[in-house]
Design a protein around this ligand. Structure first.
Ligand SMILES: Cc1ncc(COP(=O)(O)O)c(C=O)c1O
Length: 373
């Protein structure tokens, strides 16, 4: 089985440790263990560590603890706890869903460019993948008429990333309902990787609440600021789909880990508190970013609505990969070249790091851009 290199991951693996000012990442400033310990008012932090210390490291709950499944189920209207399966992050969830359902020769349609897993894993399994393109001229959104032209009677799955990495654009309810109508007409599954949720007042609806063959993928990594615990999930209204996943999951992961589950439960149980922290950070940092862009003639931005990734257009006479390499070498500032997402001439700017790092990064980036004046 052959697979293309994962553009963004390969870039980050090579460079993130050498950066001194990292404004490339897609997560919202990660929680520390101490912050997670302090989420519970009723419990002193030492009790939290004692609880972790007493945990027996057997396999634990294979599908995720009942409390985890219940807390995840509460995020949806149509997903019973029984249909929630814990995975190794959203990457594990995407892999599980695609590996379980896509076969050689199948036809699938993937939103493109977006998260590379969503098209290159189906390709590696021998599926024919058509791209449903997003367009910068349309605010980084796709056109439903193009999906209508791509869909076939035998289309097996439509793969979405909502909101979209790296553009931060969001498919709203109306557009999703149109996707569902098309998918239903041919019986296709719709998988939506929903790790980025808007943290302003922009309404968000999960595919799992719109479509009986919908598969929502999510994790604690982005909206909930805990990529290090490696916990994600698949959620679907369909018991039949969950049962297919169960079978494949036994071969690929067994369980998510006792301590990871415990931390995930704590974060989800205090979800509102974590979201309030992150809303504040996203809105503060987004304001800093948009004000900076407004006075920077060599950068353009389609502003994300409370979503923790952004994609800037670089108005410079060199290609984005060279630009990002030289920027890192000369200033220590890390971006992700847009080419790593098949969006040349752009870069992913992760503005949801801590605010002083963002400010320093934008200052240095601004100074660097003056070289091209
Ligand atoms: C769309 C998308 N899905 C999944 C992931 C990875 O999520 P996890 O850390 O939960 O595996 C990322 C990380 O960048 C992402 O952008």
């Amino acid at each position: 089985m052959k697979i293309a290199g994962f553009g963004v991951e390969a870039w980050l693996n090579a460079h993130e440790r050498e950066a001194t000012t990292d404004i490339s990442q897609s997560s919202i400033a990660a929680l520390t263990m101490a912050e997670i310990a302090a989420l519970e008012d009723q419990q002193a932090p030492q009790d939290f560590y004692e609880e972790l210390g007493a945990a027996r490291l057997d396999y634990g709950w294979i599908e995720g603890s009942p409390r985890f499944k219940e807390l995840v189920s509460q995020l949806y209207e149509q997903v019973p706890a029984a249909n929630v399966l814990q995975t190794n992050g959203a990457t594990g969830a995407n892999h599980l869903a695609i590996y379980s359902l896509v076969e050689p020769g199948d036809h699938v349609i993937a939103l493109y460019p977006s998260y590379q897993q969503l098209y290159d894993i189906p390709k590696s399994l021998g599926a024919t993948v058509d791209y449903w393109h997003i367009h910068e001229s349309a605010g980084w959104l796709p056109d439903i008429m193009e999906l209508q032209r791509l869909i076939r009677p035998e289309t097996k799955m439509i793969l979405l990333n909502n909101a979209i990495n790296p553009t931060g654009s969001l498919l709203d309810r109306t557009l999703l309902e149109q996707v569902v109508t098309l998918a239903r007409s041919v019986g296709a599954y719709v998988l939506a990787d929903e790790v980025y949720e808007p943290l302003d007042e922009t309404p968000f609806v999960s595919i799992a609440d719109l479509y009986e063959r919908g598969i929502a993928v999510n994790s604690l990594s982005k909206t909930y600021s805990a990529p290090g615990i490696r916990i994600g999930w698949t959620a679907t209204p369909s018991q039949a789909i969950a049962d297919i996943f169960r079978k494949y999951r036994d071969y690929t992961m067994i369980c998510g880990g006792v301590l990871n589950d415990q931390l995930a439960v704590r974060i989800l149980a205090h979800r509102q508190r974590v979201l309030a922290r992150n809303r504040e950070l996203v809105s503060r940092n987004l304001k800093i970013l948009t004000e900076w862009v407004a006075q920077e003639p060599r950068v353009e931005l389609i502003t994300p609505h409370g979503i923790s990734v952004s994609c800037i257009k670089l108005i410079v006479p060199i290609d984005d990969e060279t630009f990002c390499q030289q920027l890192l070498r000369d200033t220590g500032v890390l971006l992700v070249p847009g080419s790593r997402f098949d969006i040349p001439g752009h870069a992913r700017l992760g503005y949801c790091t801590d605010t002083p790092t963002l400010q320093r990064g934008l200052d240095l980036l601004g100074q660097y851009l003056r070289r091209f004046d």
